[in-house]
Write a protein that binds this ligand. Structure first.
Ligand SMILES: C[S@@+](CC[C@H](N)C(=O)[O-])C[C@H]1O[C@@H](n2cnc3c(N)ncnc32)[C@H](O)[C@@H]1O
Length: 253
């Protein structure tokens, strides 16, 4: 089968119901603690207003809602349904991180792993512009690239088996770079779903962005941020290359 014939992004559509078994909320606790420390360090005490773009199932955000007043945006209504259930006090909106304009400013904007869905430099620029447009002067933008082109290992393979008592999911991911000349990589996903003794197999494909580390730093700076690179964290089988923390100029309007 030609990978191009595999349907794209079912994980955020008809297979979104599996998200809590693909990547459960508890897996984000350590990472969210790290983000909270950075937010506290930058913003000081208080229940600051924060915006997460590409919130997905809200698993990462669920560890921050006790400390901050959050608003959440995602392209997928199916994914937002998980986040609404998990984060009932949060305002949820359907929207594209490249174009949405809420007409409101926040103390911080977060784009967690959803930033990997920016497939071109223009996408990345647009997402950074959205972050800047929603920040008060001196506000903080945090984002976490999954990979840099400089260090991406091809192929990257991961698997897990998890159960919620009714459904057991074995999830296999295979990420590779079919064309090193462009700015995307492809991930083929297999889902082996066992319910009441019956096994069903589904698959889909994700296209995500891959950019050199220096392009991330340059494009964030061009969007008006003073950028700091913080050490990355372990995620599944790999290390996140780094966390990028941008502070918007105090003179920005
Ligand atoms: C891996 S999931 C995020 C999971 C999330 N970190 C969590 O804790 O549950 C990636 C999300 O990015 C969203 N997404 C992809 N492109 C987007 C865009 N242009 N604007 C907003 N959301 C987008 C997808 O709909 C998906 O929900």
């Amino acid at each position: 089968m030609d990978p191009a014939d595999i349907q794209l992004h079912r994980l955020y559509d008809d297979l979104a119901y599996l998200w809590p078994l693909v990547s459960p909320p508890e897996d984000y606790a350590d990472e969210a603690r790290y983000w909270r420390e950075i937010l506290r360090d930058k913003l000081g005490p208080g229940c600051h207003a924060i915006l997460e773009l590409g919130v997905g199932g809200g698993h990462h955000l669920s560890h921050l809602t006790a400390d901050f007043e959050a608003t959440a945006v995602d392209l997928s209504e199916q994914m937002l349904r998980h986040s609404r259930r998990l984060n009932p006090g949060v305002e949820h909106l359907v929207g594209d991180m490249r174009t949405i304009r809420l007409g409101r400013k926040f103390r911080a904007v977060l784009i967690h792993d959803a930033i990997s869905h920016m497939q071109t430099e223009d996408d990345l620029k647009a997402a950074f512009a959205t972050a800047a447009a929603h920040l008060e002067p001196g506000g903080v933008f945090i984002t976490s690239p999954d990979h840099f082109r400089d260090t991406f290992q091809d192929p990257l393979v991961d698997s897990s088996t998890r159960s919620d008592g009714e459904t057991e999911l074995t999830f296999i991911e295979y990420s590779y770079d079919p064309d090193p000349g462009d700015t995307t990589i492809e991930t083929i996903l297999f889902y082996l779903i066992r319910r009441r003794g019956e096994l069903r197999i589904e698959w889909d494909r994700l296209l995500t962005g891959l950019f050199p580390r220096q392009r991330w730093l340059d494009l964030m700076a061009e969007a008006g941020f003073q950028v700091e690179e913080r050490p990355g964290r372990p995620v599944d089988i790999r290390w996140q290359p780094s966390l990028l923390v941008g502070t918007l100029s105090k003179n920005a309007d």
